[in-house]
Write a protein that binds this ligand. Structure first.
Ligand code: NAP
Ligand code: ZN
Length: 349
């Protein structure tokens, strides 16, 4: 089927209207009419070829929500009319140790929702800045939030799970003091989720203008990280830091804030690396540096259910597809509270 989409033909070109095709649903496929798609900073990194290996045309978008419009004959987990979501994963090998553990995000053959290998035209996957998508049922999530919240649910499919998964893995909860660094799409979800898990949350931002807003998101304390005195007030006190920053920066000031055995987990994926941390910052308090990438399918469903139960959605600004290039420039300036979401009805001819 031919549908409308928005994407780029090269890394140095703006996004523009494109026509793409989707496969006819196979036995285990679900076809989704996309209602909304969130705009992740990874979309910008990828479409502008800031990471290696972008294939063109590139249609970004991996925070997809919508309604099932067709299912294959063997599909048992979804039916026409269901509200569903698709995140960053549309396929994996399904039989390695990672897939069997429900950690498809770490499968060596994980297929990303865009820029992944597929036999479908044009030979790589095309994402959610489009009217429809066809996905194997295993990678389609159930949405239990009220339909009125659907647009604000979209960012949970990447920003939500990418922050939920490390918070769970490092067992954040009551009695923990947790730092969230970078209050953008991921960071604002990190604050909401860590708060809902019962932690004492400290938000770290470079933007004075976000100080009050970070409190409103659920941060118990807010630190403007450019201010050394404010940073020093938290020395050796944090159990865990979730670093979501999209640009290279010195990690050392944040290591100084971790207490003995504390961990800083990087989820931000800047185009060039952070400077190497000072070894003595790590060894003197047995501190750890870790990384985490999105989350597996069962955990993504768990996160969506947790958010539905706790009334958690993203704070969004809705845009039409043709506003995407301006939205990218504003995202680079930190000028969004906190996630752009494309109204995919704007793609209807
Ligand atoms: P975003 O909305 O642009 O937020 C990034 C935040 O980082 C900004 O709001 C800003 O927060 C802070 N920041 C400080 N200095 C910056 C600078 N020079 N340039 C840009 N940001 C700066 O981005 P996002 O969508 O949350 O994504 C954050 C990063 O995570 C990206 O690199 C993205 O590719 C990556 N990511 C990784 C995964 C994963 O699986 N690990 C998944 C999704 C996204 P303050 O204003 O508060 O300082
Ligand atoms: Zn993302």
């Amino acid at each position: 089927m031919t549908i409308n989409a928005y994407g780029a033909r090269a890394g140095n070109l703006p996004l523009e209207p494109l026509t793409i095709t989707r496969r006819t649903p196979g036995a285990h496929d679900v076809r989704i009419d996309i209602a909304y798609c969130g705009v992740c900073h990874s979309d910008l990194h990828q479409v502008r070829s800031e990471w290696a290996g972008t294939l063109y045309p590139c249609v970004p978008g991996h925070e997809i929500v919508g309604r099932v419009s067709a299912v294959g004959a063997q599909v048992s987990s979804h039916k026409v009319g269901d509200l569903v979501g698709v995140g960053c994963i549309v396929d994996s090998c399904k039989h390695c140790a990672d897939c069997e553990a429900g950690l498809e995000n770490y499968c060596d053959h994980m297929v990303g929702t865009y820029n992944g290998a597929t036999p479908d035209a044009p030979g790589h996957t095309l994402g959610g800045y489009s009217q429809q998508i066809v996905v194997h049922e295993r990678y389609v999530l159930h949405v239990h939030h009220p339909e009125a919240q659907l647009a604000a649910v979209a960012p949970l499919l990447c920003a939500g799970i990418t922050t939920y998964s490390p918070l769970r893995h490092w067992q954040v909860g009551p009695g923990h003091k947790v730092g969230v660094v970078g209050i953008g799409g991921l960071g604002h979800m990190g604050i909401k989720l860590a708060n809902a898990m019962g932690a004492h949350v400290v938000a770290f931002t470079t933007s004075e203008s976000k100080r009050e807003a970070a409190h409103a998101l659920g941060a118990h304390e807010v630190v403007v990280s450019r201010n050394p005195d404010e940073m020093a007030a938290h020395a050796d006190s944090l159990d865990f830091i979730l670093n979501t920053v999209a640009a290279p920066h010195s990690l050392d000031p944040f290591f100084s804030l971790l207490k003995r055995d504390g961990t800083m987990t990087l989820v931000g994926a800047p185009a060039s690396p952070h400077p190497s941390p000072t070894v003595f910052k790590l060894i003197t308090k047995r501190r750890s540096l870790a990384g985490s990438m999105i989350g597996g399918i069962p955990e993504t469903q768990e996160m969506l259910d947790f958010c539905a139960e706790h009334g958690i959605v993203a704070d969004i600004e809705m845009i039409r597809a043709e506003q995407i290039n301006t939205a990218y420039e504003r995202m680079l300036k930190g000028d969004v509270k906190y996630r752009f979401v494309i109204d995919c009805a704007s793609l209807n001819a």
